[in-house]
Design a protein around this ligand. Structure first.
Ligand code: G6P
Length: 613
């Protein structure tokens, strides 16, 4: 849940590292630090607070080193403080290390090292790493070719937990070594310089050529070369991959915040995700999968497993998969699924959704499903991410980099892809009327235009947000697929505005939560399902009677006068209506957060990619 960046080349490392860190701040932002190899020492500069504080540290401008590592932290072990910030060095100041993840056996390792005479300056789990490297380095013939790598490898093999680690060594000023296990790290390559980063966008302006490490693979980076090793230090070959994202797609492009930019990018994100998977002539291709009818006929249940917003996309996906494929489908939260011994076997198909592809609970749930013999599909937005490498099959959303912590375009792209997947499976299984499928295909292809249409509600939502931004509680209601959007809308509001909110199936309100409704409370109703709209309106009338202020998002023709605001959105198939109805809700959360003067892109206590349990 921290951000790592590193550089080895012929330029001054510090400006490159600071720039990379500022792009990785969404991963954690309570402290930051940087280490470069200078003439006769490794420099270490770090402090509590945001990356921008590093620019003010005395001496940072005079760093000349062309090899360096840097880190932005989201505290797990030890409060945010200068001492607990990364990089961490060993007692002899020979090694400097940055770490993302959690070292589960750090108490044991710390006791071992303390016994050998090592001192610790921080409360972190990470500080054992440079000292353990030093411990092994002492035992080897120091400074001999390969001894840094051997010591680094020996130390890493003692670690339990999740980690991506980058290390530099004063005795080997032309090397940087990295490893990863269950935690993200990519290597960017260009002719005379190499980069490392926790994600692709942070170094995308320098290179489009990337290498991806598997668990416990090591890489030694030189200025003009990279050598890869397995955990026994045998040399292995890795293929370089070209990433087609462009750097400007990872920047703000004139928008005030990444979140707003990403909301407005949804028409493009959906267009890209549909790509050639769905064509005007009705062809549906999911070449990534090679399921046969006999195999699919054996599948008797589907699980969709994810966290946060991705789980909400899964709830919408369940509706279309069950309706089109006639296979019972359950949606589960990854952190629950992994510990409850789920009843799955070889006739279960498990779909894992993760924008980042690095969410620790989702990866662990995937490994569990595989160990029980289930077939696994990963849906991710990040090429080469961990879940894509763990799963049997992988299908990518092509939403482009999502930087704001609160997910928007990833959610809508995931729902599109789940619908395309449902169509693909239903066509193989022949479980749905071709007319219904054909209509859904047409509707999916029209989505980008309809999202553009929906985005026009921005001003009216902004004005409404101004009237309610100082409230303490809000409620989101819906039935059927609208209830899944209510959950996502409520999560968005909580995440970035810090207003307490609840989402409820509209019919459930009277069984308890209605006790919370009092004069002036804001209730938001999402009403897109023509078969349920009358029932939802009755439920909303119950809250109006009790003094609630109401905002309605609908594609139905309803009597407007009883509500404070009705926002009309375009009609579409009920399976994909969340893709349109969520848009005003994303804007609502956004404008409330802005009105409150909050940091929309980096909400307190949250991180974009949760690589710890
Ligand atoms: C974090 C983020 C959420 C996100 C969730 C799952 O909690 O703050 O916005 O939905 O992780 O992330 P994933 O990358 O697995 O989709």
């Amino acid at each position: 849940m921290c951000g790592i960046v590193g550089y080895i080349g012929n330029k001054k490392a510090t400006p490159i590292l600071l720039n990379g860190l500022s792009q990785l701040e969404y991963r954690g932002y309570d402290s930051a630090g940087i280490s470069t190899i200078e003439k006769d020492k490794i420099s270490l500069m770090k402090d509590k607070g945001r990356v921008k504080n590093l620019y003010d540290l005395t001496g940072i401008d005079s760093l000349e080193g062309t090899v360096g590592i840097a880190h932005t932290r989201w505290a797990t072990h030890g409060k945010p403080s200068k001492e607990n910030s990364h990089p961490h060095m060993d007692n002899s100041n020979t090694f400097s290390v940055v770490h993302n993840g959690i070292i589960e056996n750090y108490n044991e390792l710390r006791a071992f090292l303390t016994d050998k005479g090592y001192n610790f300056l921080s409360e972190t789990d990470s500080e054992v790493i440079p000292n353990l490297i030093h411990y092994y380095y002492q035992k080897e013939n120091k400074k001999e070719k390969g001894s840094f790598l051997t010591a680094f490898k020996n130390a890493c093999l003692d670690l339990k937990g999740s980690f991506s680690i980058a290390g530099i060594c004063l005795d080997f000023p032309d090397n940087m070594i990295v490893v990863r296990k269950d935690s993200p790290l990519v290597i960017g390559n260009s002719e005379t310089e190499n980069y490392i980063s926790s994600d692709i966008p942070a170094i995308l302006s320098f290179t489009k050529k990337f290498y991806f490490l598997n668990d416990l693979e090591f890489a030694v980076l030189y200025r003009d070369n990279i050598v890869f090793f397995d955990k026994n230090l045998s040399i292995i070959h890795k293929e370089c991959q070209n990433i087609s994202w462009n750097a400007s797609s990872a920047e703000k492009n004139g928008f005030d915040d990444y979140m707003l930019k990403e909301i407005y990018e949804q028409p493009t994100a959906i267009r890209e995700t549909i790509g050639f998977r769905l064509q005007e002539d009705g062809t549906c291709n999911l070449d990534e999968l090679n399921f046969s009818k006999p195999y699919l006929s054996l599948i008797n249940q589907i699980y969709i497993i994810a966290c946060g917003t991705a789980m909400h996309a899964g709830l919408a996906g369940k509706v279309c998969i069950e309706k089109l494929c006639k296979i019972p489908t359950q949606v589960d939260i990854a952190s629950e699924f992994r510990y409850r011994d789920p009843l799955i076997d070889t006739s279960t198909l498990c779909i894992f959704i993760s924008q980042s592809g690095e969410t620790a609970d989702t990866i662990a749930a995937l490994k569990l499903a595989r160990s029980k013999g289930a077939k696994t599909i990963a849906i991710s937005n990040v090429i080469g991410s961990s879940i894509t490498r763990e799963a049997d099959y992988c299908i990518y959303t092509h939403a482009g980099p999502e930087i704001a912590v609160a997910s928007t375009k990833a959610y809508t792209s995931q729902i599109v892809l789940l619908n395309i997947l449902a169509i693909h499976l239903a066509e193989i299984l022949e479980t749905q009327d071709p007319k219904i499928i054909s209509n859904l295909k047409k509707e999916i292809l029209q989505l980008p235009k309809k999202i553009e249409e929906t985005l026009k509600c921005s001003e009216v939502i902004k004005s409404f947000a101004k009237t309610v931004y100082s409230e303490k509680d809000m409620f989101f209601l819906g039935r059927g697929i609208d209830e899944t959007v209510a959950r996502e809308a409520s999560l968005k509001l909580k995440e970035i505005s810090y207003i307490h909110s609840e989402s409820y199936p509209a019919g459930e309100l009277k069984h308890g939560p209605i006790a919370l409704i009092e004069n002036g409370v804001t209730v938001i109703g999402i009403l897109t399902d023509s078969t349920l709209v009358e029932k939802s309106i009755s439920n909303i009338q119950e809250v109006i009677t009790r003094g609630a202020k109401t905002l309605i998002i609908t594609n139905q023709n309803i009597e407007n006068s009883m509500f404070d605001l009705v926002v009309k959105i375009p009609q579409t198939s009920p399976f994909i209506s969340p893709i349109l109805s969520v848009v005003p809700m994303q804007l609502f959360a956004y404008y409330i957060s802005k009105e409150k003067g909050l940091d929309v892109d980096k909400p307190r206590n949250l991180a974009k990619s949760v690589t710890v349990e």
